[in-house]
Design a protein around this ligand. Structure first.
Ligand SMILES: [Zn+2]
Length: 177
């Protein structure tokens, strides 16, 4: 029997989740959405993903209920993509993946630091504020640039992300460049 292209025969919850977020680029799109990226052109600028792939991945995330497509301009028509509740629920997944990468994948640099916005303390590897002793919601996380960060000068999103910012705050590269 030939191997299928998906895990449709799999009942395992990990396999079923990977049906939604397991394709190349998809989790990076979700990551950028937490960083505040909402617009097609900004995802394109920051990730350098081929246009057709980006359009397909965004559509798949909308179809899966991870992103919500909202029209923000009528002429010409422009949409933005915002995490739904289902998308926001991916935060612990991304957090754990980042912590695993830093611990287990040689060469992974702490490109960004994540702090509890209320008290300024850096979160521990579990995503918990060591001072307040609570797991911190992404909306209460302040992201600060790490020493290893060196964005492409041609990437306005990367440059905008050099400033400390709260996660999920809509990013407007034009306002910061
Ligand atoms: Zn705290």
């Amino acid at each position: 029997m030939a191997l299928g292209k998906d895990y449709a025969q799999q009942q395992c919850s990990i396999a079923r989740a990977l049906e939604i977020v397991g394709e190349r680029w998809t989790l990076l799109l979700v990551r950028d959405a937490f960083y505040g990226v909402r617009r097609y052109s900004d995802f394109l600028a920051h990730l350098g993903v081929p246009r057709a792939v980006l359009a397909a991945r965004l559509q798949a995330l909308v179809d899966a209920g991870v992103l919500d497509r909202r029209r923000y301009q009528e002429s010409p028509p422009r949409d933005e993509y915002v995490l739904t509740g289902r998308g926001l629920a991916l935060w612990p997944v991304l957090w754990a993946l980042g912590a695993w990468g830093r611990a287990e994948v040689p060469g992974s640099l702490p490109m960004r630091h994540f702090h509890h916005a209320d008290c300024g303390t850096e979160l521990d590897p579990r995503g918990i504020c060591p001072v307040c002793r609570v797991p911190v919601d992404p909306a209460d996380v302040e992201m600060r640039p790490g020493a290893g960060l060196d964005p492409d000068p041609a990437d306005p999103v990367g440059r905008a992300l050099l400033a400390p910012r709260r996660l999920l705050t809509p990013l407007d590269p034009a306002a910061t460049s």
